[in-house]
Design a protein. Structure first.
Length: 122
């Protein structure tokens, strides 16, 4: 991961992801964390939003993915979210964590999460 990072943690959205019919029908909350690796010096030097990532806008695109087309696996969801982040021109790499706190696990647990790291191929 680059030295410079922008992190968006705890982004919540309701989705219908999972392998079980009830997960598709009822949906559940997912929590997303992203850490973007990019050079923040140009933005800091010029105090210019256009030289960094508008994380408010990015959050909207990530929520749209979570609320969008259902997938069986949170691994697949994480890949889709990583692709959205890497579509931002200045982002060189991303770490995405998808939390599924209401996963159908028949034992007491706090969280189920998948974390992936991806790099831009520019």
């Amino acid at each position: 991961m680059s030295t410079d990072r922008i992190e968006l943690r705890g982004l919540r959205a309701r989705g219908r992801h999972g392998c079980l019919p009830a997960e598709r029908e009822l949906g559940q909350e997912f929590v997303v964390d992203v850490a973007l690796g990019l050079d923040l010096r140009p933005a800091a030097k010029d105090d210019d939003l256009s030289r960094t990532v508008d994380y408010g806008s990015l959050a909207g695109r990530l929520v749209a993915v979570v609320e969008g087309e259902p997938v069986n696996l949170i691994e697949t969801l994480a890949e889709r979210l990583a692709a959205v982040c890497l579509d931002v021109e200045r982002v060189e790499e991303v770490e995405v964590t998808v939390h599924k706190p209401s996963a159908p696990v028949p034992y007491p647990f706090e969280d189920v999460a998948v974390r992936i790291n991806r790099s831009a191929r520019r």
